[in-house]
Write a protein of this length. Structure first.
Ligand SMILES: [Ca+2]
Length: 126
């Protein structure tokens, strides 16, 4: 999984195998695991405030599986790579900000980070 950005857009990338299936990025944009959605299968709470499920972005709307759709993003996927472009403003981020990120492939244990891991912190470029 890799991330970059420019002044307006966040770019997400996952590389692997068998990736052309349902997938979900979870973005913990307030860096607080006490807010947002805690996806099943991670030992540590994920606190996902936004979810990109396939091309569609969602804002977490409360407790549990509750999401407000924010629309389709620029998104391409094949079996070995996934790339998405998300406007920073749509997830409440700005250049230089930090957030935490995870990815789940097809509702399985095949995920980043691994089930016992914690979401890595991303620091956006200025
Ligand atoms: Ca959160």
């Amino acid at each position: 999984m890799s991330v970059t950005n420019n002044g307006t857009t966040l770019y997400l990338c996952v590389k692997g195998t068998g990736l052309n299936v349902l997938g979900q990025f979870f973005l913990n944009t307030d860096n607080n695991t006490g807010t947002g959605y805690n996806a099943a299968g991670w030992t540590n709470p994920s606190g996902g405030d936004y979810m990109l499920e396939n091309a569609n972005l969602y804002d977490h709307g409360g407790s549990g599986w509750s999401w407000t759709p924010l629309g389709a993003m620029t998104f391409v996927r094949n079996d070995t790579v996934i790339e998405a472009a998300v406007p920073l403003a749509s997830v409440g981020l700005a250049p230089g900000a930090q957030f935490r990120l995870g990815y789940i492939k097809n509702n399985t244990t095949d995920r980043l980070p691994a089930a016992t891991g914690t979401f890595p912190t991303v620091t956006l470029l200025n």
